[in-house]
Design a protein around this ligand. Structure first.
Ligand SMILES: Cc1cc2nc3c(=O)[nH]c(=O)nc-3n(C[C@H](O)[C@H](O)[C@H](O)COP(=O)(O)OP(=O)(O)OC[C@H]3O[C@@H](n4cnc5c(N)ncnc54)[C@H](O)[C@@H]3O)c2cc1C
Length: 307
């Protein structure tokens, strides 16, 4: 019930406006690196020093006009420039609705296409992960990733996300693997109806493990995005049993969540990428983290009380 409440709060435009303008950074700082590019670069340097790579997310979704969409793409161009100049171990993650998908599909396509071309031209080559949003966006998102990946120069520089709560995911995985596309596997963070998504945690978890095994056997470099310790243990055991090299895939976790587990995996020789969000539009992101674990309210309260 609390999950549903926080997901509804994530979708409330009115509360989002109030929160983002009045509560500010202190409210969100446990899970968000700050509001400026300098803040996220600073967090990236620190996380790199701990032995983890990074994916940087400029927070925002569902922009309502072309100027906002262009402004978000410009921030990602700047991020790629900074990553290249400082040689940070980082790539970028973006949402198609933040690139203008709801305004003009062509605009979103062109903006992402430019970013992927830029990432592919970097030395070393960089990578753009297209996050997955709610189910109405899945077909267009996967179609766009596959189209961009077909451009020969882009191969290996753009990847998709698959959510294990979706019934369709196994068939989507097959198509992406046939094209050689890198996948981030997660459970899924949106409220989806039973017609399209598993509702029980046990079913979502079982599908995650099933897809995880397919990905690990595929020979393509994928990301296993989860904080679920039991699933992580199963992935470690499967990779060890099947002689899958520790550097042939990566675990991924969110900034500020299970830092102990992140460090344990690094220490044991696994690859670990931390997803670091930053920016002023932190409200929906934070509400989804609360939906996953209402006890996070406690961490946030601690940040508010800290002087
Ligand atoms: C790198 C990364 C990228 C992601 N990208 C997407 C995306 O593109 N699209 C999408 O729909 N979803 C995305 N997600 C979110 C994902 O779908 C889940 O909602 C989220 O990761 C929680 O699921 P879980 O696998 O950690 O397992 P859960 O079953 O939710 O949690 C397992 C355990 O992990 C810990 N945990 C989980 N969440 C939290 C939290 N918020 N705070 C503290 N502890 C927690 C708890 O100990 C919990 O018992 C991403 C997640 C990660 C890690």
């Amino acid at each position: 019930m609390l999950r549903a409440l926080f997901i509804s709060l994530a979708e409330s435009r009115a509360l989002r406006g109030i929160a983002e303008h009045s509560l500010g950074q202190k409210f969100s700082s446990r899970f968000v690196a700050g509001t400026q590019i300098g803040d996220v670069l600073q967090a990236t340097r620190k996380v790199n020093l701990l032995g983890c790579s990074v994916s940087i997310d400029n927070l925002g979704e569902n922009v309502t006009n072309a100027d906002e969409a262009r402004a978000s793409a410009a921030i990602y161009h700047q991020l790629l420039d900074e990553i290249g100049a400082e040689k940070l171990n980082a790539n970028i993650s973006l949402k198609l609705t933040h690139m203008g998908l709801d305004v003009d599909q062509r605009l979103a396509h062109d903006q992402v296409s430019n970013l992927v071309a830029k990432a592919a031209a970097m030395n070393p080559r960089n990578f753009v992960r297209v996050d997955m949003e709610g189910s109405p966006y899945i077909p267009r998102t996967l179609e766009l990733v596959r189209e961009l990946h077909r451009v020969p120069q882009n191969q290996g520089c753009v990847g998709a996300v698959i959510q294990s709560y979706m019934h369709r995911s196994e068939s989507d995985v097959e198509k992406l693997l046939a094209d050689g596309i890198r996948i981030r596997l997660c459970k899924g963070a949106y409220k989806e109806p039973h017609e399209v998504a598993f509702q029980k945690k046990s079913e979502v978890d079982a599908n995650y493990v099933k897809l995880m095994k397919i990905l690990l056997k595929s020979g393509i470099y994928h990301g296993l995005a989860t904080h679920d310790e039991s699933i992580i243990h199963q992935a470690e055991a499967f990779a060890t049993r099947e002689n899958i090299a520790r550097d042939s895939f990566e675990f991924q976790m969110l900034y500020g969540i299970r830092r102990d587990l992140q460090q344990r995996l690094v220490k044991d020789g696994w690859r670990m990428r931390v997803y670091i969000p930053f920016g002023t539009e932190w409200y929906p992101y934070l509400m989804r983290r609360l939906a996953e674990r209402p006890a996070n309210v406690f961490f946030i309260a601690k940040n508010l009380l800290r002087r």
